[in-house]
Ligand binder design. Structure first.
Ligand code: ADE
Length: 296
């Protein structure tokens, strides 16, 4: 996968040289290119921002440097990918090539913003399936809207938020997203199984948070590892882990519990849910706690 990042703080992205993502780069699984937005400014002060039309606090990122930067990234990346013979793999340009033309490859542009759609495991999976991503992290109050609108006429654009809080800029969000995406690429995680049970992974553990984990020694500062984990009984261990996941999800993410469907649980699991105070509400089609009922 090729990744381009345009930013006024390329040094902010140095963690991309470390650990899992760093190793994926060293192995050639990820081809990361960092670009300094200011290299596309034309004034002596290398200005990237200006006051907002309509007034209000803060500054807005100017369209001209962003437009020029995206043009350059598109041209450079398309050329590199065509030279690699990768051209058939990625997204064709929006609008598509005319009959007989070879479709020029374009990236999916990811714009981190607190006003974007939530960056979820599902979106990470979707983006991990693309062969080329370009990230446009903003500082200040954001990028002039016309940049995003114009980009969307040329390539798929995804505006995404990593959570309901406001960062000083999108660079940290890029680090978060790249790490979440990179670990899903084939061959990046050592053990191919190791994201199967992740919280939020599609499949058996969807909408469930992972429960606690333990390692040696079996006793530490007077605290013992739950006995079932030492039993060697795989069935019991799996059941225990699932029940722990139920309890944890109920404690930390009742919004996920509201998505559970009764049919996803066997008889013993339904008993475990009932011990946690969860009852299936036929009318509402969701699990409810006794506390829910009291609140109403
Ligand atoms: N930029 C500032 N806050 C952000 C957030 N929560 N997600 C993505 N980008 C951001």
């Amino acid at each position: 996968m090729r990744i381009d990042v345009v930013t006024i703080f390329p040094e902010y992205l140095e963690p991309l040289n470390v650990s899992l993502v760093g190793k994926a780069r060293a192995r050639g699984q990820l081809d990361v290119h960092l670009h300094d937005l200011r290299s596309w400014t034309t004034d002596v002060h290398r200005t990237v921002d200006d006051t907002p039309y309509g007034g209000g606090p803060g500054m807005v990122m100017k369209p001209e440097p962003w437009g020029a930067a995206l043009d350059a990234v598109l041209a450079e990346g398309a050329e590199a990918l065509a030279a690699d013979g990768d051209a058939a793999v990625g997204d064709a340009a929006v609008g598509d090539a005319a009959d007989g033309d070879v479709a020029v490859q374009v990236p999916t542009l990811v714009v981190p913003t607190p006003s974007g759609r939530p960056f979820t495991q599902e979106l990470a999976q979707e983006l991990a399936g693309r062969s080329w991503l370009a990230f446009a992290p903003a500082r200040y109050e954001g990028i002039d809207r016309r940049v995003i609108e114009e980009a969307a006429t040329r390539m798929p654009v995804v505006e995404a938020s990593i959570g309901d809080y406001v960062l000083a800029g999108g660079e940290v969000a890029v680090l978060v997203m790249v790490e979440a995406i990179a670990r899903l690429l084939p061959g990046v995680l050592g053990n191919a199984e190791s994201h199967r049970d992740d919280s939020f992974a599609p499949g058996a553990m969807a909408d469930l948070l992972e429960g606690p984990v333990y390692t040696k020694p079996a006793e530490w500062r007077g605290r013992e590892v739950p006995e079932v984990l030492l039993s060697g009984h795989h069935g019991k261990i799996a059941r225990w882990r699932r029940e722990q996941a139920f309890a944890r999800t109920l404690a930390h993410r009742p919004d996920l519990v509201a998505r559970w469907q009764q049919g996803a649980f066997d008889k013993k699991e339904r008993e475990a849910l009932s011990v946690l105070g969860l009852r299936w509400d036929e009318e509402q089609g969701r699990f409810r706690t006794t506390a829910d009922a009291v609140e109403e």
